[in-house]
Design a binder for this molecule. Sequence first.
Ligand code: SAH
Length: 347
Amino acid sequence: MDTAKKKDIRALTKEQLRDFFESKGDKPFRGNQVYEWLWQKSAHSFDAMTNVSKETRQMLTDNFVINHIKVDQMQRSKDGTIKNAVRLHDDLVVESVLIPTKTRTTACVSSQVGCSLDCKFCATARLKRMRNLNPDEIYDQVVAIDNESRLYFDRPLSNIVFMGMGEPLMNYNNVLKAIDKITSPEGLGMSPKRITVSTSGVPKMIKKMADEQVKFKLAVSLHSAIDEVRTSIMPFNATFSLHDLREALEYWYQMTKSRITYEYVVWEGINDTQEDVDALVAFCGFAPSKVNLIEYNPIDDDMFRQASGSALEMYVATLEKNGIIVTVRRSRGKDIDAACGQLANKS
Ligand code: SAH
């Protein structure tokens, strides 16, 4: 059989794999064994499955491929951050990042090749969306970073953020399937509480997540709580307005009682006035919230400049006065273009 026509075996659920073995006159239990090799042990080839007979391995080779990702290039920042350029089976490339701190290792993973949104301040937006990542391609990025964490920092991965390339809620089904594998004891067995999905805010999908009672955390890239300002820097806001976003977030909180985190960059002349911070307070005051003030990572553009320290202080003071938790987040991995918004397959 032509390789191009063979199916990626990791697109199958465990049930489907069991059925496949049964249809070949074998025991369904073989499906469990192979499934464990594919997910828990991250086997890259059928030949690695040593407790499976040679004939069965050949039969699998005849029917399927294992489309494993390949870390093509690894760059290390002076602050310890690692960026992987990850080659997919069709030769497209995405990036993922390992961010170490004293106590944690966080994986920042991609959900799409490129991105369909057009945030003016983000380097990934310039790549346009080429395709969605499959669940196994998302899972493999996490496994690769877990391995690097063990190798270079002597500890397993502790947290995952979907803040790499792409808009996770525009590849919702695959992101959820990947998270299922990451949290399942048959995969990595990680707690969903250690996973954050970051979105520019797709109201319909936020409501769907609320309905499905997902257990991971939600972060919203807000950057402005004033429609005209937000639309000017995140043009899709013209379609998904702040009103709809707010309504979806209220629903999310009502259903999950889970705190919402907002990501926010303060730019000079764009959102650095008292009016901007007052709008932010009014927007997120309805539920327990946390605002992460992210440092701007320049992307060769004259339009955006990080606001002054005094503007940041005004944000911090006003948010705190209103009982909103606020953190000022320093960028990591800037020297290797691994910081927020810098992932653009430059290498
Ligand atoms: N599409 C998702 C996840 C990817 S972006 C989302 O929008 O949330 C991850 C975070 O980096 C987002 O909060 C995004 O707004 C922010 N970001 C994008 N470009 C940036 C830049 N140049 N500097 C700082 N943060 C940036």
